[in-house]
Design a protein around this ligand. Structure first.
Ligand code: PXL
Length: 276
């Protein structure tokens, strides 16, 4: 696999920020982001939004962090540390989404923001209050450089059932109308046995990333890992379509390297980068 053009930084590496929830099982959320960020050579700052209680069998609950504490984490690190790209994952509630959007707007940053509109775990456990969908659409999407919904999230956000290439395009158009600069409609849940086609749209052109499907049930954290790798690539200065292409290759390799864990679904793994 072709990797990012990394050379050792003279002193401080590129910095990114993840605004996301903690996964006690270590496979998704902040933990997935940090694994990928470290292996892609970026320093990661964290604004924790929620602490989930979960293992490989599912999420049994979560504790939401107060919205002003989430905003406080962002305003504490951004001007001090200086970040070159950011991503959001689990945001839990409308209050947190609204505060994150207000904080982001107030900081007036000209850096990419990748919004992964996490709504549920792979087991179907809710990670976002249904009442928060309006906040996501109205306040955060217009600030996003890229949004990365899976097909379940597409249905919740724009009420379109993606079943083929044509409906995937319709969904991309509807999502783009909500204000993000780019939309990536992920095809991981499409019925194809061979491919997992993701569709990128900027309001004018469509670009498909066919991606070979990796057959595994150990795919916990795949969406987070794709968004994190794309964010890291943006922090390294890649243009958006190349960053998405890199993210897609990265998550495919992480799916190939996924391992069984516990009694349920194991995580995708970027640890392959460490082995000879
Ligand atoms: O993979 C989405 C996700 C994001 N963030 C947290 C999660 C999950 C899925 O379980 O637990 C904290």
């Amino acid at each position: 696999m072709e990797f990012l053009p990394l050379s050792a930084p003279a002193t401080t590496p590129a910095r990114v920020l993840t605004i996301a929830g903690s996964d006690s099982g270590g496979g998704a959320g902040i933990q997935a982001d940090m694994r990928t960020f470290a292996l892609l050579g970026v320093h990661a700052c964290v604004a924790v939004t929620a602490v989930t209680v979960q293992n490989t069998l599912g999420v049994s609950g979560f504790h939401e962090i107060p919205a002003d504490t989430v905003a406080g984490q962002i305003t504490a690190v951004v001007p001090d540390i200086g970040i070159t790209a950011a991503k959001t994952g689990m945001l839990a509630s409308a209050q947190i989404i609204t505060q994150v959007a207000t904080t982001w707007r107030d900081l007036d940053l000209a850096i990419p923001l990748v919004v992964d509109p996490v709504s549920a775990s792979m087991h179907g456990d809710a990670l976002l209050a249904p009442s928060a969908l309006d906040a996501l659409r109205d306040s955060l999407f217009p600030l996003a450089t890229l949004v990365t919904p899976n097909l379940h999230e597409v249905r919740l956000l724009v009420d379109i059932d993606v079943v083929d290439a044509e409906s995937q395009r319709a969904a991309a158009r509807a999502l783009h109308a909500l204000g993000p600069r780019w939309v990536l409609v992920k095809g991981g849940h499409l019925p194809s046995a061979q491919f997992s086609p993701d569709l990128l749209y900027d309001g004018n052109d469509f670009r498909e990333f066919p991606g070979l499907r990796v057959s595994t049930t150990d795919d916990h954290g795949a969406g987070d890992t794709l968004a994190a790798a794309t964010t890291a690539a943006l922090a390294h200065g890649l243009p958006l379509p190349e960053a998405v292409a890199f993210g897609k290759r990265w998550v495919t390799e992480c799916l190939r390297a996924a391992y069984p864990l516990g009694h349920g679904h194991g995580p995708v793994s970027p640890l392959f980068r460490l082995w000879a």
